[in-house]
Design a protein. Structure first.
Length: 277
């Protein structure tokens, strides 16, 4: 039977105490710590499978995967025990925060450490945001998991449903959300923005080791997709599971009240493929 490290089997209170003691001991040289591990980011957009992927990786005994830890200067990730008492550093020097708090020394059995970041996180029109992206781009060995979802209509629909229900992670389909109205102009703006972000990300990280993770392919055969990602990260293959199930959903026409209008509007455009059910 696979056994997870102690830090993955503790309560929240135990986690806080464990991480604090562990990091202090490693910093003082009292416990072995190692910085020779793979560093990675999972980059993409909401509703494209990032939670599915990062939860799966976090269930690997040799991987540590953080969530959205560098959204903005006013969004300090205080819920992570590892970053306790680091808010001043986070706000003053995000690159130093990433270098010393995220990509710090870990127990020798850890083979990969990374986090999730979306295209619009760490806004690049701010000095703080530029500090985040300049640091990441300046790490040539950083491995990039670029998460994409081919059907961007489903991304937009899922985002709008989550915003209306305030349920960003669904554990049950007992209550289906009401049908959503999407204006054609809103849909087109979203499709174009997503395409531009994807292209920009591909160009920015073209010189880094990268792996394109397509949501539709990943969810079609999750075990195989996760094995390929583990290979990319250089960690031993383990059977991991996100802890939630992808459940069948209603058709797009049942979830969008003006679906026929949208389908007709985009019939002769590059986005027509999003409307095939």
């Amino acid at each position: 039977m696979k056994r997870f490290p102690l830090y993955k089997r503790l309560s929240r209170a135990g986690m806080r105490a464990y991480h604090g003691l562990r990091h202090r001991a490693m910093d003082a040289g009292l416990l072995p710590g190692d910085s020779d591990y793979v560093r990675f980011i999972c980059i993409g957009y909401a509703r494209t499978g990032s939670t599915l992927l990062m939860r799966s990786l976090n269930n690997h005994s040799r991987v540590i995967g953080y969530g959205e830890i560098v959204k903005n200067i006013d969004r300090y990730p205080q819920h992570y025990h590892e970053f306790e008492n680091s808010q001043a550093l986070f706000e003053r020097d995000p690159a130093r925060f990433l270098q010393t708090m995220v990509f710090r020394k870990y127990p020798p059995q850890i083979d990969a450490v990374g986090f999730k970041i979306f295209y619009h996180h760490a806004p690049r029109d701010t000095a703080w945001g530029r500090g985040v992206w300049d640091y990441l781009l300046g790490q040539p060995e950083l491995r990039v998991l670029h998460l994409k979802r081919r059907n961007k209509l489903k991304t937009l629909l899922s985002e709008k449903q989550a915003g209306e229900t305030e349920e960003w992670i669904r554990y049950s389909d007992d209550k289906e959300p009401a049908a959503i109205h999407i204006a054609p102009a809103e849909a087109q703006s979203f499709f174009e923005r997503m395409a531009a972000w994807e292209a920009e990300c591909d160009a920015l990280f073209a010189g880094h080791p990268h792996c394109e993770v397509v949501y539709e392919q990943l969810t079609r055969d999750l075990p195989d997709g996760l094995r390929q990602i583990q290979t990319f990260l250089g960690v031993p293959h383990e059977d991991v599971h996100p802890g939630t199930e992808k459940r069948p959903r209603r058709s797009l026409s049942a979830q969008i009240d003006n679906y026929a209008e949208l389908k007709a509007h985009f019939a002769a455009t590059p986005w027509a493929e999003f409307f095939s059910e």
